[in-house]
Ligand binder design. Structure first.
Ligand SMILES: [Zn+2]
Length: 98
């Protein structure tokens, strides 16, 4: 499989994986979408490869990363991992005062 050229955009509410023509991956607060690229949707199978519709968890991120690699050959870097779902947890903020 040849991995498509993608651009990974991170926002306040979602991480998007875009090819030049289409959004093939989205990891949002309320679910994952991994979709076939536009050119691969002509077989009548629809666009959905892995889609969930519910509040996401850490395990969903792992599934998203694994799914992007499996279905598209795209490696989603760890740096793209959003931190908004952990925002409600107590964060260990290092004390910068010296
Ligand atoms: Zn879908």
């Amino acid at each position: 499989m040849t991995a498509p050229q993608v651009q990974i955009d991170t926002g306040a509410n979602a991480v998007w994986v875009n090819t030049a023509t289409y959004c093939i991956g989205r990891f949002g607060r309320m679910g994952i979408d991994i979709h076939r690229d536009l050119g691969a949707q002509t077989d009548g199978q629809g666009e959905c490869l892995l889609c969930t519709h519910g509040a996401v968890s850490e395990a969903d991120w792992d599934a998203f990363v694994a799914g992007m690699l499996e279905h598209h050959g795209v490696t989603v870097p760890a740096s793209a991992k959003p931190d908004w779902w952990s925002a409600r947890k107590t964060k260990d903020v290092p004390c910068s005062a010296s």
